[in-house]
Write a protein of this length. Structure first.
Length: 329
């Protein structure tokens, strides 16, 4: 009973922090509540996120201000065609001791050694530089001259992509996109929100820190011990399996639009994301509704469409909608 009481207090504390974060972000960001909820769920889960949207939708501003709310070390890297892997991870430099004249190599850490890393326009840089970041995301460490350097905890990567102007870009392959837990799409604001954006463009309000690293680890610890019903896990696995065109569970209406479906990692991420959404809502355990809520950000970059999907204009979101209607009732 004492443990349950303590969990209830932590959930209440998380609720208060989330409310404070949203209040702070409202000073700079108009609307985008679904996007903010998805970002918070992804961060609470400990996964990385890729954000797609046309220029001018405040993707960078949103991430920068969210980082200020979280009171964690933040670095932004503008990805360009001439960016090298060492520009991200760091490099060995020759240092001379002025007192003795002795020289030795010293590793100078790159911008990836931060709690939150914004990889701005990740599709603007060559694959070898993308791979350096993706390896750091997967291993939570950087290796230089045979020495492993651990990345700080928590460690969160948010990468942005511009879906237009594809000339001279290096789109991430589907296999590499799988490293990201969430794929979030940001669309144009509605008319009322855009009016507010135009009015507040000269606002000087600053965003104050709300959550520190110690609180983040406490919330993640609660997430790890959160119980999940077998029916919820079953719903996640059934949904993922239905995305595979060679599976008997795949709806006939979308089979021809699919080349490849999501792998087992998607099932894990669906359950983890469902737990995060439940906690953010103040609930002690997730339900099938949370699985449905997580379906789009978890699956949209893991579904590989076929030639028929491109020709008929059937997108990943359209396919996920059908999968939810048929497989997750």
């Amino acid at each position: 009973m004492k443990e349950q009481s303590n969990d209830a207090r932590v959930i209440q504390e998380l609720q208060e922090k989330v409310k404070a974060i949203k209040g702070a972000l409202s000073k700079k960001i108009v609307g985008q509540q679904v996007v903010i909820d998805d970002l918070l769920a992804c961060f609470l889960s400990g996964g990385h996120c890729i954000i797609t949207g046309v220029p001018g939708l405040a993707k960078t501003m949103l991430v920068q201000n969210l980082a200020r709310c979280l009171d964690l070390q933040f670095n932004r890297v503008q990805f360009t065609p001439d960016l090298m892997p060492s520009d991200i991870t760091g490099s060995e430099i020759l240092v001379e001791d002025k007192a003795t004249g002795a020289r030795e190599f010293k590793f100078v850490k790159g911008p990836v050694f931060s709690n939150i890393v914004l990889a701005d326009e990740i599709n603007r840089t060559p694959p070898k530089t993308q791979s350096a970041l993706l390896q750091a995301m997967q291993e939570s460490e950087v290796t230089s001259s045979g020495v492993n350097y651990k990345l700080p905890v928590p460690f969160w990567v948010l990468a942005t992509q511009n879906p237009i102007e594809q000339e001279g870009t290096y789109p991430l392959p589907e296999a590499q996109q799988d490293r990201f837990m969430f794929s979030i799409e940001i669309g144009y604001p509605d008319e009322q929100s855009e009016l507010e954006i135009a009015r507040s463009m000269f606002s000087a309000q600053e965003v104050d820190p709300v959550v520190d690293a110690k609180s983040v680890m406490k919330f993640r610890e609660l997430l790890g011990s959160m119980p999940v019903a077998d029916s919820v896990v079953k719903a996640a696995v059934t949904l993922v399996r239905s995305s595979r065109p060679d599976s008997a569970q795949c709806p006939s209406a979308v089979k021809k639009y699919l080349s490849w479906g999501a792998g087992p990692r998607a099932s894990q991420f669906l359950v983890l994301a469902a737990k995060s959404y439940a906690l953010l809502d103040g609930r002690a355990t997730p339900d099938k509704g949370d699985i449905k809520r997580a379906a789009y950000p978890v699956l949209r970059h893991r579904i590989v469409r076929s030639f028929h999907g491109d020709v008929d204009g059937v997108g990943s979101n359209d396919i996920i909608k059908v999968l939810l209607e048929k497989s997750c009732r």
